[in-house]
Design a protein around this ligand. Sequence first.
Ligand SMILES: Nc1ncnc2c1ncn2[C@@H]1O[C@H](COP(=O)(O)OP(=O)(O)OP(=O)(O)O)[C@@H](O)[C@H]1O
Ligand SMILES: [Mg+2]
Length: 373
Amino acid sequence: MHVTHLSLADFRSYARVEVQLDPGVTAFVGPNGQGKTNLVEAVGYLATLGSHRVASDAPLVRMGADRAVIRAQVKQGERQQLVELELNPGKANRARINRSSQVKPRDVLGIVRTVLFAPEDLALVKGDPGERRRFLDELITARSPRMAGVRSDYERVLKQRNTLLKSAALARRHGGRSMDLSTLDVWDQHLARVGAELLAQRLDLVAAIQPLADKAYEQLAPGGGPVALEYKPSAPGEAHTREDLYEQLMGALAEARKQEIERGVTLVGPHRDDVLLKLGQLPAKGYASHGESWSYALALRLASYDLLRAEGNEPVLVLDDVFAELDARRRERLAELVAPGEQVLVTAAVDDDVPDVLTGMRYSVSDGTVERV
Ligand SMILES: Nc1ncnc2c1ncn2[C@@H]1O[C@H](COP(=O)(O)OP(=O)(O)OP(=O)(O)O)[C@@H](O)[C@H]1O
Ligand SMILES: [Mg+2]
């Protein structure tokens, strides 16, 4: 798929902007702080309902405005769709498809698909487990948009269960009567049921992406690998099917219950899991060099692209400011690997940072204006 038109209102630094897009490569070039990333961040938002830079929507709304609108015309084969999201921080966001009446923002997922490369990706390798969980869960949702519902169900169940555990912990500490734990049993079952569904998808994804990441790393940094991904569940075990994962989670919850009631928080489940990223025999985190970590992060994104494309979901490739961070050889390799993409959006501070193989349309971004050059 590709985006043919992007239109923003009160999004980030833009009061209004209209950008015409073609298939192939489009580069947005301009000095620092002029609004290049803001443009591609909006495209990414349509694909994930989140920003790759901030965890909440508030910074996405132009200072002084109370809502932002992102609108994109999308073409997939012969099919055209208009998607529209209205961001209302502190209130429910709104969505429309083809100007029809409102749909849930989640229903928009799957229309725009992106694989976004950004300097922030270094955190995939060097950062907390939450960064890697988000990577997996966003990719799961790109493969299968209905997983957005499973993810939010999980968040909801987890929140309720934590509330219950917190009051159990408080009751215990203040020497009150211990609470009726049968309610907790019910929430264990909910957590294990939804958690098992999420886990099954994550395990399937890790297995699918592992060989692709290894291949991509070899292409970017020949001889530097191999890379291996190992899923590290908080509920240990070998289960793979949903039924077995459910049992595994139930067992681990039973085992952790005493400690959970002491601490008042859920200690077992997909929200506590991690993926170990190995480079050669060592974990990348804590061992890999800066350049190796960068290559690793890029390899994970390239693998995501390969996976979605192989499954018939050709995504828009977004490369936000990545070339400036790479040495000449890796820059060329990355450029060659992404150049055939159906649509590639690149941002760079200067023309020289856009590799020659990525010729295409160019926009100059300066002081809030986006002009074709
Ligand atoms: N909510 C907002 N309201 C108004 N301005 C904003 C808002 N959020 C960000 N900005 C402004 O947008 C600018 C940053 O835009 P952006 O990140 O797109 O820059 P860039 O062109 O990608 O720069 P660089 O080359 O440094 O990456 C900053 O000047 C920032 O102050
Ligand atoms: Mg930028």
